[in-house]
Every structure is written in structure tokens, then in C-alpha cells.
Design a protein around this ligand. Structure first.
Ligand SMILES: Nc1ncnc2c1ncn2[C@@H]1O[C@H](COP(=O)(O)OP(=O)(O)OP(=O)(O)O)[C@@H](O)[C@H]1O
Length: 327
């Protein structure tokens, strides 16, 4: 488990003081794929640098497993860093080394014997589907292939956590999907905890089981993704499953219906119209398959030709079908 408590990082210079991370507390369970979503400048990179011990926080603590990073000496931190897997937006491969030699690099630093190294590199290249490119140099690989090498290198030392810093931001949409699916498969196969920071909502929608939203150095929402997406007034839900602005239609105001239970929504809505004689106008919505479930939000206006309907009955019917209603 990763636990961050009241973490603050302030950059001070003669000219200015910037609070890049502002009193952040986070809890990430082992085995999760946890996404931290935020716009440019929100403080994601700084938070990640504190989580990976590349930066010492101004105050607060970071605990990974049993280790409280903030209490370690410089030498201890350098050792711990070798047990962390990291992948980056621009891959950070060594241009003068082949794919295999890039993957071998952290093992060489750790003094792993040559025969063992060779076997581990072969296993890792196989895991990321690049066995046939072992002898290629980075310049001879596509962006997606380079990131596969990056992932293999990051996993070389059997890390407890794989940290991904905007890992797909330099890739096209199709390659992004392939790399995200690979990360999800590695998480399933090895159980490694994955923490990723991103400004792309697709990354969180596609593979995360937990998520946090970061704004101006602060975490404004965090938790299990499915719960956040159906929570009332969730900002993350508005970003990941946008439904458009509130609107009025005649006398009635729009409401947002949220569901995450795999009920087919068409029957629920047609059931509503049949049973209560209401009209349901869909003004906007998004439905996605998340963690194998159909999760959605619809902005609708529910009305009745006579102007009045059994609102309590409608609410009870929706609740019965595990659809939540927000004004
Ligand atoms: N070394 C530094 N010295 C001074 N200010 C910094 C430093 N690093 C980051 N900052 C400031 O901290 C704030 C957060 O930056 P950070 O890079 O963590 O955000 P981010 O969410 O990762 O954005 P991006 O995705 O654009 O990298 C910004 O205002 C940035 O200018």
C-alpha cells in the first residue's frame, strides 16, 4: 500500500514561492491501477517525484509498503529508487544501446550475473511482445515499441510499484490503447501496483480502478473509480462521463441519471415511460465500459403531458433499478 500524508512541496526562490503540491493525502491499495488526473501545472509531476523519492517534500510523509521514504538517508533513498519501476512520456531510453541492452541496464547496475540477466531480459521482452526486436536500437523502433522497452526495463528489478509519468501522451490513440492494455495485463499477471499521472481522461477510463483528481496542487477527489463516477456532484464524473450543462424543458429542469450496475438502460427508461406515462428527453450523456461494467450518466428531462407526475414513484423505480438521480 502507498500512503501519502499531508504532503506539501514548496519551491522557493528570491523571485517567487510556488506551492506545487499542497497538503495532499492519498491512499493507494496494493495491486490497484490508480490514476492521478490533472491539467498541466496541477502538480502531478511534482507529486510523482515525491512518490518516487526524486524530490524531498517540504513537509508530510510518503510510505510505500513498510518504508517511510521521507525518513530515509540519501544513500538509502538511492537504493530504494532502484526498486521502483518508472516509465516516462519520452521513454528515456539509451540511444546507444539495443532494446535488450536497455532492459539489461538496471540489472547491470544491481550487479545481477550475466547469465541470469540474459534470461530475465528475454522473459521481459517476451512479456511486452518485443522478442523479435531485441537487437534493435531505439532509433529503429516506433514510439509504441520504445514504450514497450521502457516498460520491460521498469519491470526488470521486480518493482512493487510501476510509476507511469504521462506514459502515453506522446503516442497516437491506437498505440495508446495497446500500451494501456499491456499495462493492465501486466498488472493482472504480476499483481504490480500501478500509479499513473496523466492529463488524458481516456487513460483513467480505460484501465484505472482507483483515481484522484488534482487541481492547483490539491487532490480534490479520490477513491474507487466506479464509486466516483456515480457519486453526486463528482467533478471526476463530469470530466470522464460528461453530460452537458443543466437545462430546462418547459416547466421541468434536467436531472442526471447515473448507473453502474450493468442494467440495460434502454429498458429502464422505456419502463419509466410505460409505467408512469412520462416523457424522457435525453439532452446529453456518456456510456462507457469501465472495469467490465456498463457505466453511464445521462442528462434527461422527465416530464408529463399534464404537467404533473408521480415524482416519488419515478425516483423509487429508478432506485430499484440502481439508477441514481441528481438535480
Ligand atoms: N523545480 C521547480 N521550481 C519551481 N517551480 C516548479 C518546479 N517544478 C514545478 N514547479 C511549479 O510547480 C507547479 C506544478 O508543476 P508540475 O510540473 O508538478 O505540474 P504538472 O501537473 O505535472 O504539469 P505538466 O503536466 O505540465 O508537467 C507549476 O506551477 C510549476 O511551475
Amino acid at each position: 500500500m502507498i500512503e501519502v500524508t499531508s504532503l506539501t512541496k514548496v519551491y522557493s526562490s528570491a523571485a517567487s514561492t510556488v506551492t506545487a503540491v499542497d497538503d495532499v493525502s492519498l491512499r493507494i491499495d496494493s495491486g490497484q491501477i490508480f490514476g492521478i488526473l490533472g491539467r498541466s501545472g496541477a502538480g502531478k509531476t511534482t507529486l510523482m517525484r515525491c512518490l518516487t523519492a526524486l524530490e524531498r517534500p517540504t513537509s508530510g510523509t510518503v510510505t510505500i509498503g513498510e518504508l517511510e521514504l521521507t525518513s530515509l538517508s540519501g544513500a538509502e533513498l538511492r537504493r530504494v529508487r532502484h526498486t521502483m519501476g518508472m516509465i516516462f512520456q519520452h521513454f528515456n531510453l539509451l540511444a546507444s544501446r539495443t532494446a535488450a541492452a536497455n532492459v539489461a541496464f538496471p540489472l547491470e547496475v544491481q550487479g545481477v550475473p550475466a547469465a541470469e540477466r540474459k534470461q530475465r531480459v528475454a522473459e521481459l521482452l517476451d512479456l511486452v511482445g518485443l522478442s523479435d526486436r531485441a537487437g534493435n536500437y531505439p532509433a529503429q523502433l516506433s514510439g509504441g515499441q520504445k514504450q514497450r522497452v521502457g516498460i520491460a526495463r521498469a519491470l526488470a528489478a521486480h518493482p512493487q510499484v510501476l510509476f507511469c509519468d504521462e506514459a502515453t501522451s506522446a503516442l497516437d490513440p491506437a498505440t495508446t490503447e495497446q500500451i494501456l492494455d499491456l499495462i493492465a495485463e501486466i498488472n493482472r499477471r504480476t499483481g504490480v501496483t500501478v500509479v499513473l499521472i496523466t492529463h488524458e481522461s481516456e487513460v483513467v477510463r480505460r484501465i484505472c480502478s482507483g483515481a484522484a483528481l488534482m487541481e492547483n496542487g490539491r487532490i480534490v477527489e479520490q477513491g474507487a473509480l466506479l464509486e466516483l463516477l456515480t457519486a453526486p456532484r463528482s467533478r471526476l464524473a463530469d470530466i470522464l462521463l460528461p453530460v452537458g450543462e443543466p437545462a430546462n424543458l418547459g416547466a421541468e429542469s434536467s436531472v442526471v441519471l447515473s448507473f453502474a450496475q450493468g442494467h440495460a438502460q434502454e429498458p429502464v427508461i422505456s419502463g419509466l415511460t410505460r409505467r408512469f406515462g412520462v416523457d424522457v428527453s435525453i439532452l446529453g450523456g456518456a456510456v462507457e465500459l469501465i472495469a467490465g461494467r456498463k457505466v453511464g450518466r445521462l442528462r434527461v428531462v422527465i416530464s408529463h403531458p399534464t404537467g404533473a407526475f408521480d415524482r416519488a414513484g419515478v425516483d423509487a423505480y429508478l432506485a430499484e433499478h440502481e439508477v441514481s438521480v441528481q438535480a
